[in-house]
Design a protein around this ligand. Structure first.
Ligand code: LLP
Length: 432
């Protein structure tokens, strides 16, 4: 087999730094079997080069423009991942006081932090105001009043943007669609101008922008273009009231390739969107975006060990040591993640079809269905596209400690999160 050539019949969707070298799966210049021997299983491994490549596509798209890329922390909040993006010049989109503390610990510039979310508490608002964050993306009129109170108490003015719900179908999974009238997110398009008037009337608020986020894993340009038109209509209406908007924040949501998905490239999508913005006369505004998945999703894999093979009359099960608590996306959204071996087997042996399942006591605990695999107990598999919304949604269900995380950079591999022990899982509990 040629070094760095994907094996025949095995696709490695969307992962430019993942390849088979002499039959062994490598991420950048690191052999994943070696990393597994060193750090154990299950193990998340992320490629720094993949993250920077993905960021590069956005940066190319915004070349020569006033733009800020605020990485959506929820996709993968590891401190080292945040550090990579902070050092590359990104701001951050946070949704909790916890994420605020994380990004500050990772070296974020407070002025480049934006705070999204429908349910910010007073304590979170106060912490973010004290840190001096750049903008609150406010999602309701009542939130404006609470934020104004908090700012007044601190003797500061809170920078605000109102999140518009444009009522546009992002054409994605219903659980991750956020821009429809019946979703809980944002202020309804029809209410937006009134909300801005209210914001402008509160002396402890300072209106700085407008924002919208219509959903996640979006693979077509049309919903973005439609939402952009709706937001630009509102920019004109709000500014006609004498309220100046310094920035337009267009959210995140760009999809990745999990299984032959073909979302537009970030630079191509933005070339189209920027044309609209310019045509409507807003080329001077600061542009902000909040991408998460598209920066980290395809940069990560989760390695898992095959524990048992169960051959049944109707189904075969490949029981692995990673589970829904590590990789919740299949259980939550029936999401597809490609699963491939770390080492290619003998071409003479034949593959069998398995459901790849974890040890958790739920039938919903599956990682992949009907996968053709050539495996034996003790082998390792890689679950691909596991850089976004996997570790960040991991839990301790079944008192399973969370997996360890490693970041590779060329041939170097650094442990960025230790494996949790059982004691870590019940550290905060007390016996009667
Ligand atoms: N901005 C806001 C306000 C958001 O709510 C989100 C994601 C983002 C930005 C980043 O979106 P992205 O670029 O990552 O699509 N757990 C789900 C995804 C939930 C997305 C929630 N909001 C999944 O595993 O597919």
């Amino acid at each position: 087999m040629n070094a760095l050539t994907p094996a025949a019949g095995i696709s490695l969707p969307g992962a430019p730094h993942l390849a088979y070298a002499n039959g062994r799966l490598t991420l950048e210049a690191c052999d994943l079997s070696e990393l597994t021997a060193r750090f154990g299983s299950p193990l998340f491994v992320y490629s720094k080069a993949s993250m920077l490549d993905a960021l590069g596509a956005y940066q190319r798209g915004f070349q020569g423009r006033r733009a800020r890329i605020c990485y959506a922390v929820k996709a993968n909040p590891s401190l080292a991942v945040l550090q990579v993006f902070a050092q590359a010049g990104c701001g951050f989109d946070i949704v909790s006081g916890g994420e605020l503390a994380r990004v500050l610990a990772a070296g974020a510039q407070p002025a480049h932090i934006i705070f999204s979310g429908v349910g910010k508490t007073r304590a979170e608002m106060t912490a973010a105001l004290s840190a001096g964050i750049g903008c609150f993306n406010v999602e309701s009129e009542s939130e404006l009043d609470v934020l104004s109170d908090c700012a007044k108490a601190l003797g500061v003015r809170a920078p605000v943007s109102i999140r518009v719900n444009p009522n546009v179908d992002a054409k994605t999974h219903p659980y991750i669609s956020t821009g429809l009238r019946d979703n809980k997110f944002g202020v309804a398009h029809e209410r937006t101008v009134a909300a801005y008037r209210h914001a402008a009337s509160l002396p402890d608020l300072h209106v700085v922008g407008i924002d919208c986020h219509i959903g996640s894993q979006i693979t077509q340009s049309t919903p973005y273009l439609d939402a952009m038109d709706r937001v630009l209509d509102l920019v004109a209406e709000v500014e006609a009231q004498g309220i100046t908007l310094e920035h337009i924040d267009f959210g995140g949501g760009l999809g990745i390739n999990y299984q032959g998905d073909s979302p537009p490239a970030a630079d191509a999508l933005w070339a189209e969107l920027l044309q609209r913005i310019d045509k409507r006369g807003h080329a001077d505004k600061l542009l902000m975006i909040e991408p998460g998945r598209s920066l980290v999703g395809n940069a990560g894999v989760c390695i898992t060990e095959v524990l048992y093979l169960k051959h049944g009359e109707h189904k075969n099960f490949c029981v692995v040591d990673a589970a829904m608590n590590d990789l919740p996306r299949p259980a939550m959204y029936e999401a597809f993640h490609q699963i491939v071996p770390l080492r290619l087997g003998q071409p003479t042996a034949s593959a069998q079809t398995y459901d790849v399942v974890g040890p958790v006591c739920e039938s919903g605990d599956w990682l992949g269905r009907e996968r053709s695999l050539l495996v034996a107990p003790g082998d390792h598999l890689a679950v691909l596209s596991a850089g976004a919304y996997c570790m960040s949604m991991a839990s301790n269900y079944n008192t399973r400690g969370k997996a360890a995380e490693v970041l590779v950079d060329g041939s170097s591999a650094r442990l960025i999160r230790s494996r949790e022990t059982a004691q870590d899982c019940f550290r905060l509990e007390q016996l009667l």
